[in-house]
Design a protein around this ligand. Structure first.
Ligand SMILES: [Zn+2]
Length: 565
């Protein structure tokens, strides 16, 4: 029988925080002997923050599958549930999204405006720069680094306040692990080809080395089709997208699949999340996370959801199996954390949302869905403009893909640049797939956006993505349901993408859970920049005024306030 009369059982996020602050004036209730650990809510701030990002986990996927969850996600549904979290900014890509999660800042302040941007001063022939690299150190070679991240992460602030606090991250994607842990973490691990690795010269823990051994065996042996839950059967239907057929995949792994390389097959399968979570549980044990004198933070970014979304779309059998496996594997992970005896708090969210492939969207009630036209690339537009203006420079404009940011070459006279910009604006405005065209001056003159993110105007979203040193000269978001992936050719592994200004890419769930929490659901819009201040309050972390763009969310379902107000 549980101690139902115990004050501890009613203890909540705010309650435990209040208790920790009140220990100096310990009340008689607190002096009571503690019941066995498994029987009651924990006292004091949690010892370990487990920050989980499920890549491309849109609010739409969450709404579609939440009733099916019985594992780890079902546990989180008993905590504080915010189904309408917003990655509020315009450029809803992986790196910017991850950069907001534990910094509490929009990409305009994290400096991570995209996965890739153009820097004409970069020391390399190709002027494209990756968000999680240091091109000054690497030149033409890619050296993974947090050099581009302009603000500290939660883990960095924690280490400032408590010198023995640890900050560790793991993901299949380097940029996810880098952006969640930030500068100089105690450990950041990601998959490089067929093995997990870390920053150059950093030793690999046993949890990583043993996972790499298991991966080696898996890649050598391959694996059969994954089990299909009965409730996924209605999704099992083939759809043609150019040269690719999707919708019926069951994630066999091996040489039989001629369309994808082994590493790509692995990444775009629930197996990638399973290994990431095994490593995460192994790191907790090996590094004794949550067992030191100060709170630790472990960031886990699960990339399979995103690779599966890109590779197969969001409404086929593949995503259904993924949702089933994600829930199941998170359940196994939380059971391992329970067994460790560590008092942990979980936050789970996403770096951005997503949308299905246009071919299936058109079959399923969205006739306007289409693929972006390749003439929207900066190189193509630039070539046409160079011809019209008689410029010697054949590449006056660059972009990273179709739509979004466009950069104008500095190797032109001021007059030529103005002419190129005018032509570019004119052509983009005339394009039927372009929603709006904003110049850098227009975006820079827009006040930093505040208020409910679902009410933001298009230029306000662009402002939250705008960094004067890195952003393009023109920002041209595409229309709703225009997917920025050309028709897949043979050998292609991508059928759809995200990155748009639309809410299907901006809206993500935000879930908080800790043992003994008083559950709640708050459907009003909140922002992913609210996560860092919320977690900071939970552990009693003090940061300077103005550090966060977001606000602390009271994640206590009862009258207590986890923000300590
Ligand atoms: Zn993605």
């Amino acid at each position: 029988m549980r101690h139902n009369s115990s004050a501890f059982l009613k203890m909540t996020f705010a309650g435990v925080l209040a208790v920790s602050l009140a220990t100096a004036v310990a009340s008689p209730a607190l002096a009571k002997p503690a019941a066995p650990a498994a029987q009651e809510a924990p006292k004091g701030p949690p010892k370990l923050i487990v920050a989980i990002a499920v890549d491309q986990y849109s609010a739409d996927l969450f709404a579609q599958y939440r009733a099916r969850y019985t594992g780890g996600l079902a546990r989180l549904l008993k905590g504080a549930v915010f189904p309408s979290g917003f990655q509020s900014h315009a450029a809803t890509e992986t790196c910017p999204g991850h950069s907001t999660l534990l910094t509490g800042a929009h990409p305009a302040r994290t400096g991570i405006i995209a996965n890739t941007w153009v820097d004409f001063t970069a020391p390399r022939a190709n002027k494209y720069v990756y968000c999680a690299e240091d091109e000054k150190a690497g030149g033409d070679k890619m050296v993974v680094s947090a050099a581009h991240l302009k603000v500290p992460t939660l883990g960095e602030w924690m280490k400032k306040q408590w010198s023995d606090s640890r900050n560790v991250a793991v993901s299949v994607k380097d940029r996810a692990a880098v952006m969640m842990s930030g500068h100089d973490p105690d450990g950041a691990y990601w998959l490089d080809g067929q093995a997990f690795t870390s920053y150059t010269g950093k030793p690999l823990p046993v949890a990583i080395a043993s996972a790499n051994e298991r991966l080696k065996a898996l890649f050598a042996k391959g694996a059969g089709a994954m089990a299909v839950p009965a409730w996924c059967a209605p999704r099992d239907r083939a759809v043609q997208a150019g040269a690719l057929t999707v919708g019926t995949g069951r994630f066999t792994l091996g040489e039989a699949d001629k369309t994808r390389k082994l590493a790509d097959q692995f990444r775009a399968s629930p197996r990638a999340d399973a290994v990431t979570l095994e490593i995460a549980a192994g790191l907790v044990k090996e590094l004794k996370l949550g067992k030191g004198g100060a709170p630790d933070v472990l960031s886990v970014s699960l990339s399979a959801n995103d690779y599966i979304g890109h590779g197969y779309g969001t409404e086929g059998l593949e995503m259904c199996i993924q949702q089933f496996e994600l829930d199941r594997k998170l359940g196994t992970f939380f059971a391992a954390l329970d067994a460790s005896g560590v008092d942990y708090a979980v936050m789970l969210t996403a770096d951005h949302g997503g949308i299905d492939l246009p071919e299936r969207l058109r079959e399923q009630g969205l006739p306007e869905a289409q693929r972006a036209e390749v003439d929207l690339s900066g190189t193509t537009l630039g070539k046409v403009i160079a011809g019209e203006l008689g410029l010697a420079n054949a590449k006056p404009v660059l972009s990273d893909g179709l739509g979004g940011d466009y950069w104008i070459s500095p190797d032109l006279t001021a007059e030529q640049r103005a002419q190129v910009q005018a032509k570019l604006v004119e052509k983009l405005k005339a394009h039927p797939q372009v929603e709006a065209v904003f110049t850098r001056d227009q975006i820079a003159a827009t006040p930093y956006p505040l208020g409910h993110p679902q009410d933001w105007s298009e230029i306000q979203k662009a402002r939250a993505s705008y960094d004067p040193q890195r952003s393009g000269d023109i920002y041209a978001p595409l229309r709703r349901a225009v997917v920025s992936v050309p028709t897949p050719k043979a050998g292609s592994i991508t059928v759809t993408t995200h990155g748009s200004i639309w809410d299907y890419d901006r809206r993500v769930p935000m879930l908080f859970w800790r043992k003994g929490v008083t559950g709640m659901e708050q459907p009003q819009p909140v922002e992913t920049v609210d996560i860092a201040p919320t977690l900071a309050a939970l552990i009693g972390l003090k940061v300077p005024e103005g550090t966060f763009d977001g606000r602390c969310l009271d994640i206590d379902g009862g009258p207590a306030d986890s923000c300590g107000k």
